[in-house]
Design a protein. Structure first.
Length: 281
């Protein structure tokens, strides 16, 4: 299992340059680059070529661009914007050697029938798959454990990915999102581990299902999620690729960025090492 850092964990107390420096220093293998804010901020003063050169000369590598947001059930103008944004991501991925683009389903107050959600997701993901295929990039769909997300359980997301049935379309399994809307561990047991591309590790305070928000996340192993069940099941179904630590905890943003990155690694290793060996540098 390889170790990755998701930039949300230092969203308000760091930038891409610092995250790369500290993650490389502390032995992370990969980083998920936030395309909504951290990458544009970086590109105000530096170039993609400079970023690519950094990855060429350091241990740490780019795992994913995070994220293409709200890709399904959009009107025609919004849909075209999604497609164009994804094409731009392909150029970035090619320049940097990125393996995945994380795709997040629509979050909305509008009530949409599940059959219409699935139909839209499948249609868009097939088109994105066609666009990504020549670049060798895979699409990792991340269901969001919130009542207003159109795809909010593992079972629902896995059904969509199975229907798409493309080698370059799979899932992000975020432990927080799995817990937050009560995803069924039996659905995970029946899954093909090769269709899970990225594991997001985190934990949460013990609030009722449906009430949890990203700010409730805590360091892995310090909360209410049954991480051992999730991890042991993932191992049983053959997943053993990359674990990426991702939190959105406001009080953690008050920490020094390097300290947060160190704690993220220490708590992740403590939880993961019960089930997997980590290839640490």
């Amino acid at each position: 299992m390889k170790l990755c850092f998701n930039q949300a964990t230092t969203l308000e107390n760091s930038n891409l340059t610092k995250d790369l420096e500290y993650c490389d220093k502390h032995g992370y293998d990969y980083i998920e680059i936030r395309t909504m804010d951290k990458l544009p901020e970086y590109l105000k003063g530096k170039s993609l070529n400079e970023l690519a050169e950094y990855f060429n000369t350091h241990h740490i590598k780019p795992l994913a661009l995070n994220a293409l947001v709200f890709f399904n059930n959009r009107d025609e103008d919004e849909y075209l914007k999604i497609i164009n944004e994804f094409k731009e991501m392909m150029d970035i991925a090619k320049s940097l050697g990125v393996k995945y683009v994380v795709a997040v389903p629509l979050v909305t107050e509008q009530k949409i029938l599940k059959q219409d959600i699935k139909k839209s997701c499948v249609k868009v993901l097939k088109e994105l798959s066609d666009i990504a295929e020549p670049y060798g990039v895979k699409i990792a769909v991340e269901f969001v454990g919130h009542p207003q997300c159109t795809v909010n359980t593992f079972g629902q997301a896995y059904d969509i990915v199975e229907t798409v049935n493309r080698e370059n379309v799979g899932l992000v399994l975020d432990c927080f999102h799995f817990h937050a809307m009560g995803s069924d561990i039996e659905d995970l047991k029946r899954a093909d581990g090769s269709k899970i591309f990225i594991l997001h590790i985190d934990d949460t305070e013990d609030f009722p299902i449906g009430f949890l928000t990203d700010e409730d996340r805590v360091w892995p192993g310090l909360g209410a999620i049954d991480l051992d069940s999730i991890l042991s099941t993932l191992k049983e179904i053959g997943f053993a690729d990359v674990v990426s630590v991702e939190l959105f905890r406001p009080e953690y943003y008050k920490l020094d960025a390097e300290e947060a990155i160190k704690i993220a690694k220490e708590t992740t290793i403590k939880v993961i090492s019960k089930h997997y060996s980590l290839q640490l540098v």
